[in-house]
Design a binder for this molecule. Structure first.
Ligand code: UT7
Length: 329
């Protein structure tokens, strides 16, 4: 039997993000449904969001974000041997988005699959990429979260149309060296920490799209309660598994679902020295794109430095959740 040579750990080499050009403000929405800027800002924290044009597909946005991450990584398309696209809003069921995106980026014959863990998708995909690199089944992985939620929104439903938005974020992941000559797995200090992931299908009726003719439905209060009470232990477990104390975190980048959830989680985790991602303010809730999009923008703005430790946690429909500590490239 021929064994593949794995790596002691995995690390993010670069991030990239893409947002569609069209800005939709709260006032724009107030012309369409019975809502107002003050309610949306105070209950959700969103001031504006980006919505894709009618001709702009999930794959288009994934290619844009993936291309930026690839360029920033210093690698070429020939170096990538696995592409994972986390999305819950693919254009079509088959073919998968990942294979099409890979070809458009000039990546020849990589492993390619889509992953649906809704708003937890990026953290699941990052965990899968990291594990594939450590197992030796991939060397460099392009991980993308991309969503066009606008095509699954009922634009007359004020409980959802004010929240969800479109965009894409991507990361290039590669091998990390062992911490020492013993070959012990690289810790979060130089890579991606162990993923802590889970789900509860008993809450499947809290967020769903029933069928191809339906719109997204969310029982907002139930999801809010769950997110603010059940998830901080998952985040703390990810810190502990990575050997990083919460007060050592330079950044806390949770899924951008609601500013009140973000702030409550940050308090409960005790990440008192961490810069907390608040990308939701101008990006809305972009599901699996929200975490890599927030990270790429924080890096672009110079808010994070190379070597900083960041705690990520994604959560959403399923319900599914996943968290890990990463080192900023
Ligand atoms: O990304 C996947 C994970 N998703 C989440 O984590 C989302 C979690 N949930 C939430 O973020 C919040 O529950 C929402 C933002 C969805 C809703 O906020 P809320 O504070 O839970 O509001 P609510 O649904 O309890 O509604 C409060 C009131 C209601 O009016 P009454 O019955 O008190 O008279 C709603 O009808 O606000 C009303 N309302 C609105 N008013 C103005 C609901 N939507 C709107 C709106 N504008 N857009």
């Amino acid at each position: 039997m021929r064994m593949h040579q794995g790596s002691a750990g995995a690390r993010v080499l670069a991030f990239g993000g893409y947002q569609p050009a069209k800005v939709v403000t709260n006032d724009d929405l107030a012309e369409m449904v019975d809502t107002n800027d003050e309610w949306i800002r105070s209950r959700v924290g969103i001031e504006s969001r980006r919505i894709a044009g009618p001709e702009e597909s999930v794959a288009d946005m994934a290619v844009a974000a993936g291309g930026k991450a690839l360029a920033a990584s210093g690698l070429t398309a020939a170096d990538i041997d696995l592409v994972i696209v986390a999305t819950c809003t693919p254009e079509v069921m088959i073919p998968n988005t990942a294979a099409v995106v890979a070809t458009r980026l000039g990546i020849t014959a990589p492993g390619a699959f889509d992953l649906n863990a809704a708003c937890a998708g990026f953290c699941y995909a990052l965990g899968a990429a990291s594990n594939a690199i450590m197992a030796g089944s991939a060397h460099h992985v392009l991980v993308i979260g991309a969503e066009k939620l606008s095509q699954w929104i009922d634009w007359t439903d004020r409980s959802t149309c004010i929240i969800f938005a479109d965009g894409a974020g991507a990361a290039v992941v590669g091998p990390a060296e062992a911490d020492d000559e013993s070959g012990a797995p690289a810790e979060a200090g130089n890579g991606i920490g162990p993923v802590v992931w889970g789900s509860d299908g008993g809450m499947a009726d809290k967020i769903y799209i029933k069928d191809r003719d339906s719109f997204i439905f969310q029982e907002g209060q139930a999801v809010f309660r769950w997110a603010t009470t059940a998830l901080h232990p998952v985040a703390l477990q990810a810190c502990s598994d990575a050997g990083v104390a919460p007060d050592e975190l330079a950044a806390f980048v949770p899924h951008q679902a609601n500013l009140r959830i973000i702030e409550a989680m940050a308090r409960k985790i005790g990440a008192k020295n961490a810069k907390v991602a608040t990308d939701i303010v101008h990006a809305g809730n972009t599901s699996s794109a929200s975490i890599p999009l927030a990270l790429s923008r924080m890096i672009e703005r110079g808010e994070l430095a190379s070597g900083d430790k960041a705690l990520l946690i994604g959560f959403g429909a399923g319900v599914c959740y996943a968290a890990q500590v990463i080192t900023i490239p």
